[in-house]
Design a protein around this ligand. Sequence first.
Ligand SMILES: [Zn+2]
Length: 398
Amino acid sequence: MAQRKQRCRKRGSCWGWIRIIGVAITLYLVFVQLPMVIDQRLNAVMHPPPYAVSPAMAKVHNSLWIADLHADSLLWHRDLSQRHPRGHVDLPRLQQANVALQAFTVVTQIPSNLKLAGNDSRSDDILKLALIQRWPPSTWNSLLERALYQAKQLQQLAAQSSGEFRLVQTQADLQALIQDRKQQPQLTAGILGLEGVQALQGRVENVDRIYAAGFRMLGLAHFFDTEVGGSVHGLRQGGLTALGRQVVLRSQQQHLLLDLAHSSPAVIDEVVAMSTQPVVVSHTGVQGTCNNLRNLSDSQIRAIADTGGVIGIGFWSTAVCGEDAGAIAAAIRYTADLVGVNHVSLGSDFDGAVQMPFDVTGLPLITAALQAEGFTPDEIGKIMGLNILRVLKNVLLP
Ligand SMILES: [Zn+2]
């Protein structure tokens, strides 16, 4: 030790080494550890797996064709091909949960200090995430690039999955998925959705860009009002603008499925009035079981159902005013009683920076809770996935 000190003094290099080691540790903490800590904190589960159901219930669950309308998993620094002890979704866990189709919804801008209402677009927490997660510089200032980057991540997951995961873009893809799962039950697919049209950056032509990148679902709002229309969490919460009407028309010409989650009541009314195709609300609660601004009123539920669409019931506590599968099943029961069982589905919001009662491997608990709610096996099949399949078959190009 004394010798080394001597050497250091002689060469004057010890402080240099200490600095280099300090910088290396800081870089490791900021760019490797911090993204994982943030993911773990924001996407926590109340009860860690495994989740026990009876063998009979597991058999019922494994016979279903399961789909979910909303997961923000692409946002986080997590290799989705591997099983992780944090977050809610990855490929091994989707396979374990017998999920046939998961919507991967892409987030591009979140204001700081989020409120239920009254947010504006001046702050940008996703920029901070992009920096510490080492996203390419093109994503730092472009919301469209953030969307395209995340879409590319999902394409890569499919390309590197040895045929275990694929992206669905057409009716033919859906048909092939249904067919191939009969031989290969572990086969899982994703469909790309965009959460909020801020990523279009005010240009209707960008609808074509995101379509070309593989997106097939377009959420018209997220946490703030845009040039397209109002968010239920925005400052003015207005209706569609002239650009907004163009975006709706262009999206439906392109056979993009419109998603009205987070949209202002005025946007919901206007879109269902002008829609020529079924529309969805990918992740929501219903005011009938959980009364808050974000959740759908009875008349909104009826309007969505009238388009032939579905309402994806979310799993987080302010969606269903509860913290278990029973509360989720109760919201599904309410919706089914109001508009029929054909118009309600799963819309978890897994990995959406919300605490969940369970990760995706807990889906059998929902199957069990639906049975406890008195749904028949046919009805459970529709709720757990076949309703989403019907809507997608209706909207996607052949
Ligand atoms: Zn959301």
